[in-house]
Design a protein around this ligand. Structure first.
Ligand code: CAA
Length: 246
């Protein structure tokens, strides 16, 4: 049985990924932000009542030592990590002319530095075992930019640069590294937007609706599979046609 660690595991997209992985034979560890322990425990309990068993570990992915302890705890609970999904992310949307240093830093630290802090803890075990899957959840807005998201778009674009470089370093070791770039998905993150702005954006999506978290989880499962060994360094768009690139 393979083990998967999902950061932001109790979040909107992370939660769907945890459930899909658990229902498809993975041992699942969800990493939650340590300040949200109570919510994470309630989330775990609610899933348990539905017959879905998930381990949880707390930490702060913006902090290297905390990430190290968190991954160590996950390995103690479930064994070495075969599949890492970097899904922890936040927004602090505002136009650049108004953006404060803490709004820039919070987004870069949580959405980009975290990927170094967490991936660094699992890579040596993956190299030793000759198998690994690293899946980074970015965003359509890392590909096309978005009014009000200089911080978020910079972090998400950076994430795919990381993906392509690490994919090259590990391609001969049985490890694949890929990015998924979701569009506007029904989660608390998009629910926090003003209805007017969200409606205008969704109105421009060719498929004509928002995406569902399960539609992201479906692709995570596919990338995690042993049969996807020849897919690496890719950036897979799941955005209802909002952004198309050659
Ligand atoms: N392009 C050009 N101009 C625009 C614009 C756009 N897309 N959007 C707004 N403007 C203009 C407005 O018309 C307005 O012009 P006037 O001053 O002449 O009236 C001016 O810019 C200011 O716009 P706002 O009133 O919107 O500014 P605000 O300060 O009230 O709000 C904002 C700024 C909060 C960033 C808001 O624009 C916003 O929410 N934008 C959308 C951000 C977004 O898409 N976030 C995604 C969150 S979900 C997520 O991130 C998940 C994912 O991966 C997709």
């Amino acid at each position: 049985m393979k083990t998967t660690l999902i950061t932001g595991g109790n979040g909107g997209i992370g939660s769907a990924i945890c459930v899909a992985m658990a229902q498809n034979g993975y041992k699942v560890v969800a990493a939650y932000y340590s300040a949200e322990k109570e919510q994470a425990q309630l989330w775990q309990q609610a899933l348990r009542e539905q017959g879905v068993s998930i381990e949880i570990v707390g930490g702060d992915v913006t902090d290297y030592e905390s990430a190290k302890n968190m991954v160590g705890e996950a390995v103690l609970k479930a064994g070495p990590i075969d599949v890492l999904v970097n899904c922890a992310g936040i927004t602090r949307d505002t136009t650049f002319k108004k953006m404060k240093p803490d709004e820039w830093n919070a987004v870069i630290n949580t959405n980009l530095d975290s990927v170094y802090n967490v991936t660094r803890q699992v890579i040596n075990d993956m190299l030793d075992s000759g198998f690994g899957r690293i899946i980074n959840i970015a965003s359509v807005n890392g590909q096309k930019g978005q009014f009000g998201q200089t911080n978020y778009s910079a972090a998400k674009a950076g994430l795919h640069g990381f993906t392509m470089s690490l994919a090259q370093e590990t391609a001969r070791e049985g490890i694949t590294v890929n990015t998924i770039s979701p569009g506007y998905i029904s989660t608390p993150m998009t629910q926090a937007m003003s209805a007017e702005v969200l409606d205008a954006i969704v109105g421009s999506v060719p498929v004509g609706r928002m995406g569902e978290p399960e539609e992201i989880a479906h692709t995570v499962l596919w990338l995690a599979s042993e049969k996807s060994a020849y897919v690496t360094g890719a950036n897979i768009p799941i955005n209802g046609g909002l952004f198309m690139a050659a």
